[in-house]
Write a protein that binds this ligand. Structure first.
Ligand code: GAP
Length: 448
């Protein structure tokens, strides 16, 4: 069962320390969120799972961590200055601003007035000043996608790592968009993280590579607990494609507020490398691009006959906040127990769980029990190198409830038999089954 409403996810996130409204002591900053002690762990685990699947499993994929501040020319030639806009409508009565495509029946969603301005284009990029003088020539953009800095590093990676086609460059990092109407918790925010791969291929191989990456990405989502039948593959019609794309599949997921895009997988053709290249006339380029007198690099490859061409690029691009929300939504479960009580349990895949195990002495502050529990906690922490906690509350039921709610896969209880016989009780989060086992065999009973 998935969450009934966004409210249950928002409430759990705040109550247990996954996500907080940013700057809330000053009234909050709209469209910006902070990740608390558990949120930061879940986010890290999502990132690591993506990095491992994309970078470590593929010899021909290289990592990158490029700057957020971006030269205006990069976003000029990428087409973002011109086209990265949303249509904006103002309500003449209450002065609220809305995305034109979010307006129903020509009425202001806030006050119901029909007195609205004509839609006009609003560029979503954030600008900031570079250096001490704030003038219109000294600015940079906060990148609206991580992808552009991958394209601008194409030659650096070619020169330093000498890859041959096909190969990829992967990056995880912040992106910023001045969304007109950030909404639906962390679904549409102004500061977010993207996990992006740019996979370069020979132009003739691009169609096949797009299908292969679609399959790969569906498998990855399945491993995170968002299975294939929860995702709809939307073959984006040509009039909805981004300016750089020849074909895009959007993976659509049923979020608590409705079905929307979780990830996009696009064939960006040779548009970006071609756009950022100097001497474009000496390259074979298929996409329609703007003449570029400013670039200092030719972002192409020579074929076996020494002829220059620009590779095509396939781009799977997913936002971590949307991944977080989908994973949380899938994991969130409310169960009625045989004793008539209810429990909330977060059935996260164990590799994503913020805390892997809680070690609980049966009696609070009992020296022998706490000593054994602390030693076990430290040993597991060292062996697993993931977060393990000690729960010295003396209230086993309360500890179980808490760890069910935050998705801890295992609770390990130390009781007086543990001291006498070296046994512990291990409880499985999902089945609630408890097994008494020898302390030495504990790692065999846990898997992440
Ligand atoms: N480089 C391609 C690109 O940026 P996009 O469809 O605009 O394409 C890719 O964004 C992904 O980034 C989306 O599928 C979504 O997961 C995430 N994303 C985009 N805008 C977002 C926002 N305002 N808040 C949260 N995530 C966002």
């Amino acid at each position: 069962m998935v969450a009934q409403s966004m409210d249950s996810l928002v409430s759990l996130s705040k109550r247990r320390g996954f996500i907080f409204q940013s700057n809330n002591i000053y009234g909050g900053l709209q469209g910006v969120y902070d990740f608390g002690p558990l949120g930061v762990e879940l986010k890290k685990n999502i990132r690591e799972s993506w990095w491992s699947d994309i970078v470590y499993k593929n010899e021909n994929i290289f990592g990158l961590d490029a700057s957020i501040l971006t030269h205006p020319l990069v976003l000029n030639y990428s087409g973002h200055e011109e086209t990265f806009t949303d249509p904006l409508v103002d309500c003449k009565d209450c002065k609220a601003r809305h995305r034109a495509d979010f307006i129903n029946d020509s009425k202001c969603p806030l006050c119901g007035s029909t007195s609205l301005t004509e839609p006009r284009d609003f560029n979503l990029m954030f600008k900031t000043n570079i250096g001490p003088v704030a003038d219109s020539n000294n600015f940079a953009y906060l990148r609206p996608e991580t992808a552009q800095q991958i394209f601008t590093n194409f030659k650096n990676i070619m020169d330093s790592s000498s890859p041959s086609l096909p190969f990829g460059i992967a990056q995880i990092g912040k992106a910023f968009r001045n969304e007109i109407t950030p909404r639906n918790f962390i679904f549409r925010v102004r500061e977010f993280e993207q996990m992006e791969l740019e996979y370069f291929v020979k132009p003739n191989d691009a169609d096949k590579a797009l299908e292969e990456w679609l399959e790969q990405r569906l498998k990855w989502w399945d491993m995170q607990g968002v299975c294939k039948d929860k995702l709809e593959i939307y073959d984006v019609p040509s009039d909805e494609l981004s300016h750089y794309s020849k074909k895009t599949y959007d993976l659509m997921y049923e979020f608590p507020h409705g079905k929307e895009e979780l990830e996009g997988i696009a064939n960006r053709t040779d548009f970006d490398l071609g756009s950022h290249s100097q001497n474009q006339e000496t390259l074979k380029i298929n996409a329609k691009i703007k003449h570029n007198p400013d670039s200092k690099s030719k972002l192409g490859i020579q074929d076996e006959n020494g002829e220059w061409f620009v590779p095509y690029v396939i781009e799977p691009s997913a936002g971590i906040e949307r991944a977080f929300l989908a994973i949380l939504n899938e994991a969130y479960t409310e169960e009625s127990l045989e004793n008539g009580k209810n429990r909330i349990v977060l059935k996260l895949k164990p590799h994503l769980a913020p805390i892997k195990a809680a070690v609980i002495p049966l009696k609070k502050n009992d020296m022998g029990l706490v000593k054994m529990a602390t030693e076990l906690k430290n040993k597991l922490q060292k062996d697993i190198d993931q977060r393990i906690v000690l729960e010295n509350t003396g209230n086993i039921g309360k500890s179980y409830r808490k760890h069910d709610e935050i998705g801890t896969p295992y609770c390990i209880t130390i009781d007086f038999d543990s001291l006498a016989e070296g046994t512990v009780t291990i409880r499985d989060r999902d089945t609630m089954k408890q097994n008494t086992i020898k302390v030495e065999s504990i790692s065999k009973h846990m898997s992440f």
